[in-house]
Every structure is written in C-alpha cells, then in structure tokens.
Design a protein around this ligand. Structure first.
Ligand code: DAH
Length: 343
C-alpha cells in the first residue's frame, strides 16, 4: 500500500510536468497514460497484490488517480488545440488578401457624365417604362397609325397585347412628363430602348439613349443650340467643332441632326467618320405644336426644344471603341479597362 501511494505520487509529478506542442503530443499522452496498455490500466492491476484489508482504500486511491489523469488529459488536449490554431490560422496583423474589385460599365460612366453636364443647366432626370403602349411611343409623338415614319424604327411588339411594345426611344418619357402638366419642364430621360435590328458592329437590338426636353414660354432654337454647344464642349472638350444639318422627325419642327468633328482623325477623314470628318451624335428640334396639344399644353403659350442621342455612340467616340457588341458581351477583359473619362 505504501509503495502504491509513493508510485502514484511520482506519476502525478511526472504527469503534471508533461508539455505538448501539437496534436501528436496529445495523442502520445493519451496512449501512454489512458490507452488500453497505458499506465492507468497497468497500475489498476496492482490491486491484486494489495492486502485484503487495504483493498477499499487502494481502490479509492486508484480511482482518484484515474480521475486526475483524465482531467489532466482534457487540459493537455486544450493546450494542443490552441497550439495548432496558433500555427495554422491566419495572422490577423497581416494586410488582407485583395478582393477583385468590380468596375463601372463604360455606358454607365458616360451616362452619368451626360446627366451631370445637363444637371448643371438645371435639367432633372426622369425615367419611364421599357414596356410602353403605342400611344406614348408613337401616336402622341405625332406618329399616327400607318404613318410612314413608324418604319424608321423597327419595333418589337408584345404578343399578348398588340397595343404594347418595347419602347423604341426614350421620347415616350417626354410624353409622360408633359402629361403631368407641371411647367416649365426641363428634363433628361436616360434609358434602354429596343429595336428589331440585325446585330452588327454598329447596331444592336437594344441600346441606351438620353432624351432631353425643355418646355417654357419663349424657348427658341437659339436656346437649343446654346444648350447643345455647352454639352459638346463639356463632353468632348473646347476644340471640337459642331454643325447642324436640317432633318426630319415627326415630333419636332423644325428638326435637325447635330454632327461633331471626328474625334478619331480630328476632321481629316477616317473609317469612323466615313472620310467626311464629321460624326452624327444626335437628333433635335423644336417640339411640334401637335405633340404639345396631345399632352394638354397650349402651343400658343408654350414652346420647347427636344433632343435625343444614343449613349453607345457617345461612349464609342469617348473611348475610341469600334464595335458596339463589346458593350453587351460581358467580357471582363474589356470591362475592366474603364475609368471615368476626363475630357
Ligand atoms: N427619338 C429619336 C430617335 O430615337 C431621337 C430624337 C430626335 C429625339 C429628335 C428627339 C428629337 O427628342 O427632337 O431616333
């Protein structure tokens, strides 16, 4: 019995001094002390050599020893886990790994820039629906049914309802805004539009436009020209030349198209400007009195101008992009190249 007490004391001392550095050390401790051939099991076997009258006392002693070893094992296991976390986990003091950053789409960059330029002239943004009815997209804009100018824009109709279509231009938004009857009105309407066109480097079945509209008393063509001169200078820089050509749109009278000197060749003539030195960027004109009437506005009191441009065209000129399809292919090699244009 005395021997047993002395031995247990010695083992306890030994066990209290065990240190572990990793999971393998923890496992070695388990096998050595608590395994099937481990020390606890072996020392339990000593019971048989203890005198009969001391067996109770010895049993208690051995049991306490077993509990001690198990408790120590728990401690050691926790220490082992802490060590392995410390050696394999992230060092929180290091700078984080880079997350791939997205970039704004070039169309969004240019659209925002256009909005900002007109914002400085007091134009507010108005938005409408991509699914429109025939009246807002055509009839109210002085394009009654069977009007030949409807063929200028190949339209996607919605099969469930022949009166519904995908808007072919954002001019439908000017109708909705004029109908609200709050004058004067000074808005730009950015948005996606749809036309049934064969997809090529220069055309797509969907693209983006910005429509502008200013209705007040005494608005003249001179106001229109001044507004667009300002826009071109802010958008493309002071050296760019501008010219107006007479044109036809059913919703404006008179109507014009505006060209700027080619940014690619500087007016010398190249493939982008088809050797003319000029590139068309928008259509415009004085709002037709019939359109005002259709929206409940008195054309004898109010006049206004309107213009409409394709954002893709402006973006292609700003960044010298030659194929319109790149905008909708979602190729990140293309998309990651754009930072806001600064001219
Ligand atoms: N809506 C025309 C188009 O999509 C563009 C346009 C031309 C809009 C002249 C206008 C305008 O407001 O006055 O082709």
């Amino acid at each position: 019995m005395e021997q047993l007490v002395a031995q247990i004391e010695q083992y306890k001392k030994e066990i209290s001094q065990v240190t572990v550095a990793n999971a393998a050390d923890v496992e070695a401790f388990r096998i050595k002390y608590l395994g099937t051939k481990g020390l606890v099991k072996t020392i339990m076997g000593e019971m048989k050599s203890v005198d009969a009258d001391k067996k109770r006392e010895a049993g208690q002693l051995l049991n306490e020893f077993k509990i001690y070893v198990e408790a120590r094992f728990e401690e050691i296991r926790n220490i082992g886990e802490e060590h392995s976390v410390a050696t394999t986990a992230v060092d929180l003091s290091l700078p984080g790994a880079d997350l791939p950053l997205g970039a704004r789409h070039p169309i969004s960059i240019i659209q925002n820039k256009i909005i900002q330029i007109f914002h400085r002239l007091g134009f507010a943004v108005a938005e409408g629906n991509e699914i429109e009815d025939d009246w807002h997209n055509f009839s109210a804009l002085n394009l009654p049914e069977n009007h030949p100018a409807r063929d200028m824009q190949d339209t996607f109709y919605i099969s469930q309802n022949p009166d519904w279509l995908l808007r072919t231009h954002t001019s439908s938004v000017q109708i909705r805004e004029m109908q609200k009857g709050v004058l004067p009105l000074r808005i730009i309407c950015p948005g996606r539009v749809y036309r049934n066109e064969t997809i090529s480097a220069r055309a797509h079945c969907f693209f983006n436009q910005v429509e502008g509209l200013y209705i007040a008393e005494n608005v003249s063509f001179a106001d229109l020209k001044q507004t667009l001169y300002f826009f071109v200078q802010e958008m493309f820089g002071k050296d760019v030349k501008v010219r107006f050509r007479p044109s036809y749109f059913p919703f404006t009278e008179p109507s014009a198209e505006m060209d700027i000197s080619c940014l690619i060749c500087g007016g010398e003539g190249c493939s982008v400007c088809k050797k003319t030195g000029w590139v068309e960027i928008l259509g415009c004109g004085m709002v037709h009195p019939k359109v005002l009437e259709n929206c409940g506005i008195d054309p004898n009191k109010y006049t206004g101008f309107a213009f409409g441009m394709g954002i893709e065209r402006i973006t292609m000129l700003s960044y010298q992009i030659k194929d319109l399809r790149l905008f909708s292919e979602n190729d990140t090699r293309f998309l990651q190249q754009f930072t806001p244009a600064t001219s």
